[in-house]
Design a protein around this ligand. Structure first.
Ligand code: ADP
Ligand code: MG
Length: 478
């Protein structure tokens, strides 16, 4: 073997690897590797980080093993050298060496020390060009424990959240998963924990984000070849709050990267707080290994507030805004709007707006009018099927034609209008709307909505028909 050197061996390996992984993965995971030395049949390669090493071991171990054996024979072994940023602030990297094919338990404990951000790690929250030293928490200071009204509906979540905030990473509630329907206070409470931590522990790095932003940053990272920076950034956080993790459903790669970040933070006793619109066990499309991690901590649900809590929330809100309302008005609103806190607040805002707009006293009569409208517009949703039927009745075309390929003008228009109304009156995604129309794709739905908008802008008669239909649909909701 004397004639071989590490560079040529590694170059040969890369050639094989390149044929076996896609271009993006090759760029992300193999180009940054440098070969370091060859000792008999042990090849040492240098990787940029601990995370990088773990990723290679998890995703490419078989390929690496095969390739290296092909090049160096059956006794071949691979060793890793990992660059770790020095935590004392100067950035001279030191390296830690690893034998390969580690299974996780006998890792060099030194490597578990947090990686300190050198000046090379990009903060995905910072727009390039704008320099920012501190990590912004992303928190809204108004979402705190003071402004969060306690009731039976949220007591468990609130006390667990409060406990976590006093001792981040130091309670059994790690991760803390808060779940519940829309407008029940998940975001408020999750942020309250972050704000509370910041008050007691100014040195802790708190980050609030949501699963969608996290996913987009990860995708950006893939595009720019900066996944490593992305992961490093998240591994620096002491209290990580990710809102709306149901958004991760079906996104296997994002879950994969989140799994790594989660493990790292959890091992370091950093606090993780997650929110979801349903209990973890019902999160379809989320990997089992993530779900099982969530069970390590506490999952608690936020329920719809009872009457007393609704009154208390309204009163708190009025007090904060410096307004006073007659008791019977407050109670009327609280009595009639029961679904969630966001609607409750919305009704209060409408009430104030109407009163000041029309220079009217806020009394029970006005409240009755507003609440009636409010409930009508906000609460129930119509279905796509219903809209299709309403449109077809109106234009006297058969409903099943909407799902067929017919290009007849009357049908096309009814189809496009139904799509447009479905987009405006239901919470369905473009994709799912498309499905209801014989499996058309989301770009067709976008196109249809634009076509209808154009037509309404240019054809006042058509606009009248749409307004007419809209009224019919709205009436049916009430
Ligand atoms: P979610 O994230 O569950 O959809 P949010 O946290 O955004 O709900 O809450 C919706 C609105 O209701 C916010 O303005 C929030 O401040 C308010 N809210 C929810 N729960 C409470 C509560 N217990 N006390 C006071 N305000 C609340
Ligand atoms: Mg929310």
């Amino acid at each position: 073997m004397g004639s071989k050197n590490h560079e040529s061996v590694w170059q040969n390996c890369l050639k094989i690897i390149k044929d076996n992984v896609n271009q993006q993965s090759f760029k992300t995971w193999f180009e940054p590797i440098e070969s370091v030395k060859l000792d008999e049949d042990i090849l040492t390669i240098q990787v940029p980080s601990q995370f990088f090493y773990e990723w290679l071991e998890e995703h490419y171990v078989t390929l690496l093993r095969k390739t290296i054996k092909r090049e160096l024979g059956n006794n071949a072994r691979l060793e890793y050298r990992i660059i770790v940023e020095n935590s004392s602030g100067n950035n001279s990297p030191f390296t830690i060496e690893y034998p390969n094919y580690n299974t996780g338990n006998n890792k060099n404990p030194e490597v578990a020390a947090p990686l300190v951000m050198g000046n090379t790690i990009k903060n995905p929250f910072v727009i390039p060009g704008l320099k920012k030293v501190n990590i912004e928490s992303g928190l809204n200071a108004n979402y705190n424990f003071d402004s969060f009204i306690e009731g039976d509906c949220n007591r468990l979540c609130r006390s667990a959240g409060y406990a976590v905030a006093q001792k981040p990473g130091g309670t059994a509630f790690n991760p803390l998963v808060l779940y519940g329907g829309v407008g029940l206070g998940k975001t408020h409470l999750a942020q309250a924990i972050g704000n509370e931590v910041k008050q007691h522990f100014p040195n802790k790095t708190v980050l609030y984000t949501n699963a969608e932003r996290f996913t987009n940053q990860f995708i950006e990272g893939l595009k720019n070849n900066s996944v490593n920076d992305f992961v490093h950034f998240y591994q620096l956080i002491d209290v990580l709050i990710i809102d709306d993790i149901h958004f991760f459903a079906g996104k296997a790669k994002t879950q994969d990267i989140f799994f790594h970040i989660f493990n790292h933070l959890h091992q370091e006793s950093k606090q993780i707080i997650l929110t979801s619109d349903r209990p973890p066990r019902d999160l379809e499309g989320v990997e089992e290994r993530l779900l099982s991690r969530f069970k390590w901590g506490l999952s608690a649900d936020l329920q719809s507030p009872d009457f007393e809590t609704r009154v208390a929330i309204l009163e708190k809100k009025m007090y904060a805004d410096g307004i006073e309302l007659p008791k019977d008005v407050v109670e009327f609103v609280a009595y009639n709007i029961t679904n969630n806190v966001r609607e409750l607040e919305g009704a209060l805002v409408s009430l104030l707006a109407q009163a000041s707009l029309n220079k009217k006293q806020i009394d029970l009569d006005l409240a009755k009018k507003i609440v009636k409208n409010f409930v009508k517009n906000m609460s129930r949703e119509v279905s796509i099927d219903f809209i299709q039927k309403a449109v077809c009745d109106y234009f006297e075309v058969p409903v099943d034609k909407l799902r067929e390929k017919t290009r007849k003008r009357a049908i096309v228009q009814a189809r496009q209008l139904s799509m447009y109304l479905s987009k405006n009156f239901t919470k369905n995604s473009l994709k799912s709307i498309g499905k209801h129309f014989g499996g058309r794709d989301h770009s067709t739905v976008i196109h249809s909505c634009q076509a209808i908008q154009n037509l309404m802008d240019t054809d006042s008669k058509f606009k009248e028909s749409v307004d007419d239909l809209t009224k019919k649909i709205q009436l049916s909701i009430s």
